[in-house]
Write a protein that binds this ligand. Structure first.
Ligand code: NAI
Length: 390
């Protein structure tokens, strides 16, 4: 159980690019990174508007001299300080992830970057190469994967409880953008503009989350080929989709589907991952993240609860408050952040093998998300055809 003990030697001096006042995800990053004292916020280029960014940094308690007008100035100034930041989080719109992460790595910083990591696989592989060459960690903010019951699902697959995996169904289909809300919402406006969002909207913005969760639960499944169709039900969003369906075939013979949507009118998140094996199935739903449904053929369905002693030990490792009390998104993100910190310290100690068994969404997961989106877009734009995955 996590009880507030920090497992690293010191808090990592940390900065942020983006995540400024009023941003959607900035607060979640700060809450997760600061929760257990693994990171210490020292600097920021929080906002496109330098004045607003500076005011916000001061409001957060930062030294005004370390609230920078832009990320380039921040990386240069912090590199020159003996007490400069060691890690930076990139929480800006998608089009900036590649240049900012690249600049950070070249400045010798570890990075925690938002998803999708980049627009293209070539860019993501470039970041992977730079990080590997310099011994730096890149974490990717697939925050839901820090929920403890995902670990339990992975263990139930690994220990054979479900039998041979046959079917994976993924869904992240909310209804918040059923109408053209982007007229009044800047954070939605950039999401439906290819110049800022990249080659996709919901595929990259939403579907990469359950895609990564499925990779955690079923690490042995490799996609062999996929077929995607995508639609812009709010026509002004074309060419970006607000709804998409993907069929996948894995090289084990298993099959998968993914439905992702921002126009699932009436739905909240509806992010669900269901894995079906020859003996039974598990299903996780992000609106009830403390539960995992386990169904064994011929037996009554069971609802497993977070924190209970019948779970696998690995699924109890991140428990903070015992069973019964609900844990949520902030805790899931904090679970990833302590692993990011452990990975960063191991790399700085020159002992990356220390964290070889530690599960967290790193650069490989970031590359994979971008690669998947690229294949989906290629399939959809060719008329919904099967494309080999490579
Ligand atoms: P937002 O539009 O609400 O906020 C973006 C923030 O970045 C603003 O404060 C803006 O001023 C700042 N910014 C933009 N360009 C900048 C630059 N060059 N330098 C410094 N600051 C800059 O966007 P939101 O919704 O917070 O999304 C940001 C990223 O987080 C996106 O990539 C999005 O896909 C991702 N996201 C991830 C979630 C997750 O669950 N992992 C959930 C929500 C968003």
């Amino acid at each position: 159980m996590i009880n507030g003990t920090r497992l690293t030697k010191s808090a990592i001096r940390w900065g942020m690019v983006g995540g400024g006042k009023g941003s959607q995800i900035g607060y979640v990053h700060r809450s997760a990174a600061l929760r257990d004292g693994y990171f210490d916020l020292k600097a920021g280029a929080f906002d496109l508007d330098p004045g607003r960014g500076r005011d916000f940094g001061v409001e957060l308690g930062l030294d005004p001299d370390r609230c920078y007008r832009d990320y380039g100035t921040m990386f240069a100034a912090e590199s020159a300080r003996s007490d400069g930041i060691r890690c930076v989080t990139v929480a800006t719109p998608n089009n900036t992830h590649y240049p900012i992460t690249r600049a950070a790595l070249l400045a010798g910083l570890h990075v925690i970057c938002e998803k999708p990591l980049t627009f293209t696989t070539a860019e993501a592989l470039d970041l992977q190469a730079i990080a590997a060459e310099r011994g730096l960690v890149v974490g990717v903010a697939y925050g839901y994967s820090g929920h403890q019951m995902i670990e339990e699902a992975a263990r139930l697959v690994a220990d054979g409880t479900l039998g041979r995996i046959r079917i994976v169904t993924l869904q992240f289909a909310h209804g918040f953008h059923s109408q053209a809300v982007e007229g009044d919402s800047p954070a939605t406006r950039w999401r439906v503009d290819p110049a800022f969002a990249g080659p996709s909207y919901v595929l990259g913005d939403l579907a990469t989350h359950p895609l990564y969760i499925a990779q955690v639960i079923c690490p042995d499944l490799r996609i062999r080929r996929l077929l995607c169709t995508r639609q812009s039900f709010v026509a002004s969003r074309a060419p970006l989709e607000d709804n998409a369906t993907v069929l996948m075939e894995y090289d084990t013979g298993a099959v998968g589907t993914c439905w992702t949507s921002a126009v699932n009118a009436g739905a909240m998140h509806s992010q669900k991952v269901r894995v079906v094996g020859s003996r039974g199935s598990v299903e996780w739903w992000d609106e009830h993240p403390n539960q995992l449904r386990l169904e064994i053929q011929g037996e009554p369905a069971r609802l497993l609860d977070r924190g209970m002693p019948y779970l696998h030990p690995q699924a109890l490792a991140d428990d903070r408050i015992g069973a019964g009390h609900p844990e949520g998104l902030f805790d899931a993100w904090a679970n990833l952040h302590y692993r990011f910190a452990l990975a960063i310290e191991a790399h700085e100690d020159g002992e990356p093998s220390r964290v070889s068994g530690l599960r967290f969404p790193g650069i490989a997961a970031g590359v994979e998300g971008v690669r998947w989106v690229e294949h989906c877009v290629r399939s959809a734009d060719a008329g919904g055809v099967w494309v080999d995955y490579g």
